[in-house]
Design a protein around this ligand. Structure first.
Ligand code: SF4
Length: 360
């Protein structure tokens, strides 16, 4: 039997149509959407402005969520990772990153969402690729990650309005292999009737795959773009991102520049620094030469140890020197603080632990 369509699988028009088909007034859809996207309600029991009989009917005919209650893993710095169970048993990771750490309420409440269960790309530093790809997530499963993290923020910070300020599509998966659903999720995150998050506060990342970037650039909902570069040249990139379908470094950068010109949105290069592989001053100089003058920024991310992988993080001096070389070439190159190490905050690690050691 097919699962019932959930509130999160609808947009406003289709939810209104579904309510009218049930013999209800269309405005009920707006009430429900307000509860789900503004107050992060995950059940009809919280929607007390709907009659009890209607709530019971809706539970059976249009459930609110497709996913179940998540397991929460907290870190001392405020970062929290949720492991969200899908209806078919797949587990999906999403992360709350409050910034600045320790501020209450934090100025930025960023959620990092996954777009696939597992990942086909297999970056060598990442736990998500270790078990390969299970399947694409639905738009509902993607947007529910933001709702569940928003709910956590509201519980923590006095039921605050606008609990999610930023969304990054940087969790498990290659978003451009699930682009139509990613765009549908962006619509729900951005719309007035949805979470109302501006496109300049939404970022989609990619390793760079044929045709993907310019397809997104042509869409009216094009957000900011992050290029998962991780190497200054093709030889090192083939070691770090050993995925045959990933575009060469020159093409990834060219796509990024075209995207920026067409959309006017921010484009950043993500660069995970691995000791002895891509983090030497010679790599920084080579990268600076390739990027200089293109208007791109580089986010430097010192490697976060993954169980089962033998890579090492570079020392803090090497990280600072890498950043200094890029900055001296006029390229903004902030170092992203390690957050949530204690809860294995890097992509895919919690899911991998569960797969390796399922609960009894
Ligand atoms: S870093 Fe991203 S693209 Fe690379 S394996 Fe992990 S999830 Fe996939």
């Amino acid at each position: 039997m097919l699962a019932a369509a959930t509130v999160t699988s609808h947009d406003r028009d289709s939810l209104r149509d579904a309510l009218v088909t049930m013999g209800e007034k269309a405005f009920r859809a707006d009430q429900i959407l307000r509860h789900v996207y503004k107050r992060c309600a995950t059940s009809y029991d919280e929607m007390t402005d709907l009659g009890a009989a209607l709530r019971e009917r809706l539970k059976a005919e249009i459930p609110v969520m497709s996913t179940a209650e998540p397991e929460e893993n907290k870190s001392k710095d405020g970062t929290a990772k949720l492991l969200v169970p899908c209806a078919d048993g797949q587990l999906v990771e999403c992360v709350l990153i409050p910034e600045p750490p320790g501020k209450s309420p934090p100025e930025r409440r960023t959620v990092c969402v996954s777009t696939q269960a597992g990942c086909p790309v297999g970056c060598v530093f990442c736990a998500s690729g270790l078990a390969g790809l299970a399947r694409n997530l639905t738009a509902a499963e993607i947007v529910e990650q933001a709702i569940r993290v928003g709910r956590l923020v509201r519980q923590r910070y006095d039921e605050m309005d606008h609990p999610i300020s930023n969304v990054v599509f940087m969790g498990m998966g290659e978003p451009f292999y699930n682009l139509d659903r990613v765009i549908a999720a962006i619509e729900r995150l951005n719309a007035d009737w949805g979470m109302g998050i501006g496109l300049n506060r939404i970022t989609v990342s990619t390793v760079g795959v044929e045709g993907g970037v310019m397809k997104l650039a042509a869409h009216p909902l094009a957000p900011n773009l992050a290029l998962s570069l991780h190497a200054p040249n093709d030889e090192i990139r083939a070691r770090v991102v050993p995925f045959a379908k990933a575009l060469p470094v020159a093409e990834v950068l060219a796509e990024g520049v075209k995207y920026q010109q067409k959309t006017g949105k921010d484009v950043t290069c993500e660069y995970v620094l691995l000791g002895d592989i891509n983090s030497g001053p010679e790599h920084a100089r080579e990268l600076a030469k390739r990027i200089s003058g293109k208007g791109l920024k580089v986010n430097l991310i010192p490697y976060n140890a993954v169980e089962g992988l033998s890579y090492e993080a570079p020392g803090s001096k090497a990280v600072a020197e890498f950043s200094r070389i890029l900055e001296a070439a006029g390229i903004p190159a902030p170092v992203r603080r390690a957050r949530g190490d204690r809860i294995a905050a890097a992509c895919g690690q919690l899911r991998l632990k569960k797969i390796a050691a399922p609960s009894p």
